[in-house]
Design a protein around this ligand. Structure first.
Ligand code: SF4
Ligand code: SF4
Length: 125
């Protein structure tokens, strides 16, 4: 059985507010990965406020942690939502959410059904 999902590294999912957030531990780990102190990391990449912090967007609306070419600057420490994608609880729970995500992301195998996706999701995380 071919995989239901294979990321194409297009970076399209890093456009707009997708709920990517970092809590204090996540911000600390991401800052360390980039060799920045936490305050500098927060100033450069995160929205102000209390944790968990939303990641800011650049002028084009992309996540500030997206690099040119589409790769994530903090790939090894990226937020849980980004790590789990596409096997998010809401896509596993609602076919309409799965179909919307499938239409927006070229990583889904063509023709993959929600049943196949859910079966694959049982082993994800
Ligand atoms: S939109 Fe889909 S294929 Fe493109 S980077 Fe995001 S997860 Fe990968
Ligand atoms: S944290 Fe990384 S994977 Fe998540 S939206 Fe930002 S650039 Fe994309």
């Amino acid at each position: 059985m071919p995989k239901v999902f294979q990321c194409r590294r297009c970076g399209a999912c890093c456009l707009g507010r997708g709920g990517a957030r970092l809590d204090e531990a996540g911000a600390r780990a991401a800052a360390a990965l980039l060799n920045l102190d936490e305050a500098a990391f927060r100033r450069l990449y995160l929205e102000p406020g209390t944790p968990p912090w939303d990641i800011g967007q650049d002028q084009a609306g992309y996540c500030r942690l997206r690099q040119a070419g589409g790769l994530c600057r903090i790939h090894r420490q990226k937020p849980r939502t980004c790590r789990l994608w596409p096997f998010l609880p809401q896509l596993l729970a609602r076919e309409s959410a799965f179909l919307s995500a499938k239409a927006a992301c070229p990583g889904f195998r063509a023709g993959v059904t929600w049943a196949e996706f859910k079966a694959a999701g049982e082993f994800a995380d």
